[in-house]
Design a protein around this ligand. Structure first.
Ligand SMILES: *Cc1c(COP(=O)(O)O)cnc(C)c1O
Ligand SMILES: [Zn+2]
Length: 467
């Protein structure tokens, strides 16, 4: 249990339970009731800055790694560890990019759409924000091995932090055939022990929990509450990119629902601290082939309900999934998850942020991805769910044409070249194999390579014709 004098501690998210734990306890769930844990702070005594402008001053000191890091320059808003224990490999140097062409595709005013490109992180996805925080916690308790189950990006991030910092050894659990080459290559290249389980992500997740409990390995999946502390900073950087103005919408893909949960916590805390005067709305976008949150929230009316969600709705849905032997299936492999571990926290975030949930098809995801590529820095398929979802919400009239919208591009464009090349290919077999099997029927925005004979005149002709 946490002591009264602790400035930071862990606490069960269920208001009916509320059991507390000291910051140096390693847990991924509440001992008393099994619910998720939060990191909470005694803000009255910690006295964080009274204005967000405070953080701009850190830019003048960016030779200091703790000011350079896009996570740790906000240390005062996630003060669970002393400066001396902080782990950083330079995460969070991300861009908030105004994207007029993508705005047009979404159907909003050209200067109102922003893409938060988390692909610029050291391992190419937003996961590094959370990993730097989890590593910081792991360091304070002296862990020597860390594990995760992963659809690819968590493992790439864990492996990168292990190889750069040498603080821990990485053990990675992946499902069979569900991981993109870009991500798998990172885990192997960084030297992580990679355990391939005959099963999918949900199976790997169940196994890694078991193994880390039995073997005392530090678990870095997003059930780890410290991961989410790091991921709060994505929202701080969005605000920073907007000169501390609060946008109208944050749109994010939903997989294990760690990001959406972290964003809700970030805004709730900023509001409570008086650092912002309103909370943006949150839209969480599922892939139609992995739509548990959409099904539960939108169709079956599951709500946080001030901390008393009707969990019978959840268990009966999971029983249905089991009975039908339904497995998650989408080209957006990073969100190919049917049992999101942060479900309860996400429900809380949706309540705090007056949120909405939608699902988009793989066709919509791949078309949106092509538009992001053509009008921005590009992204991997899962990330494009945010843009496809924003477009859907605009068509429904839920998002207004002059509202300010931020879509989170969670992963780098080069994470999954197979999907990108299949979309743009002229080879129908390749298209069918990768995308047709996912129900993608056409590539409306394909940019096809032009085949020409090895003949200079023909090449010139092709350039004249197509440029
Ligand atoms: C992990 C991941 C997601 C899903 O995020 P959650 O926090 O699990 O909902 C989405 N996109 C990419 C690229 C990811 O790596
Ligand atoms: Zn509890």
């Amino acid at each position: 249990m946490a002591a009264k004098t602790d400035l930071a501690f862990q606490k069960c998210i269920s208001p009916r339970c509320g059991t507390t734990y000291a910051i140096d306890e390693v847990r991924v769930q509440c001992e008393a009731c099994g619910d998720l844990l939060d990191v909470v702070y005694d803000w009255d005594r910690l006295r964080p800055p009274t204005s967000l402008m405070y953080f701009e001053e850190k830019w003048t000191r960016r030779h200091d790694p703790l000011c350079f890091s896009g996570v740790w320059r906000f240390h005062e808003l996630l003060p669970f560890a002393p400066q001396s224990q902080i782990v950083t490999i330079g995460e969070g140097q991300t861009l908030l990019q105004s994207a007029p062409a993508v705005a047009q595709f979404v159907g909003i005013q050209s200067d109102r759409l922003f893409l938060e490109y988390e692909g610029m992180n050291p391992s190419g996805s937003f996961k590094d924000n959370g990993m730097s925080a989890a590593f910081t916690h792991a360091r304070t308790i002296g862990a020597s091995r860390a594990a995760c189950a992963s659809t690819g990006n968590t493992s790439a991030s864990l492996a990168a932090y292990c190889s750069v910092t040498r603080l821990m050894k990485a053990v990675i659990f992946i499902g069979t055939g569900k991981i993109s080459y870009g991500k798998l290559s990172q885990a192997l290249d960084y030297g992580a022990l990679t355990v391939q389980i005959a099963g999918d992500f949900d199976d790997a997740m169940a196994r890694v929990k078991e193994a880390s409990r039995e073997l005392g390995i530090y678990l870095v999946n997003s059930v780890n509450p410290f991961r989410l502390e790091g991921q709060k900073t994505i929202m701080y950087r969005v605000l920073e990119g907007l000169r501390w103005q609060v946008p109208d919408w944050i749109v994010v893909p939903g997989g294990n629902l760690g990001n959406s949960s972290a964003f809700g916590k970030a805004f709730s805390e900023l509001y409570e601290l008086g650092l912002i005067d309103r909370i943006p709305r949150l839209a969480v976008i599922n892939a139609a082939g992995a739509n548990t949150l959409y099904e539960l929230y939108d169709r079956r009316g599951l709500r946080w309900n001030q901390g008393a969600p009707n969990l019978d709705i959840v268990s009966s849905y999971y029983a249905e999934l089991d009975q039908a032997r339904r497995r998650a299936s989408t080209i957006a492999s990073a969100i190919e998850i049917n049992r999101p571990v942060n479900l309860n926290k996400c429900l809380r975030a949706l309540e705090a942020c007056d949120g909405v949930v939608r699902e988009v098809t793989d066709q919509e995801i791949m078309d949106a991805k092509a538009q992001v590529g053509a009008g921005g820095l590009g992204c991997e398929p899962a990330s494009a769910a945010s843009v496809a979802g924003a477009r859907l919400l605009r068509h429904e009239g839920v998002i207004g044409a002059n509202e300010r919208v931020v879509c989170i591009l969670t992963g780098h464009q080069l994470k999954d070249p197979t999907a990108t090349v299949a979309y743009h290919t002229t080879d129908q077999d390749k298209f069918n194999e990768v995308l047709g099997s996912r129900g993608v029927q056409r590539a409306a925005y394909a940019n096809r390579a032009v085949a020409v004979p090895n003949d200079f005149d023909e090449i010139v002709k092709a350039i004249q014709l197509y440029s």
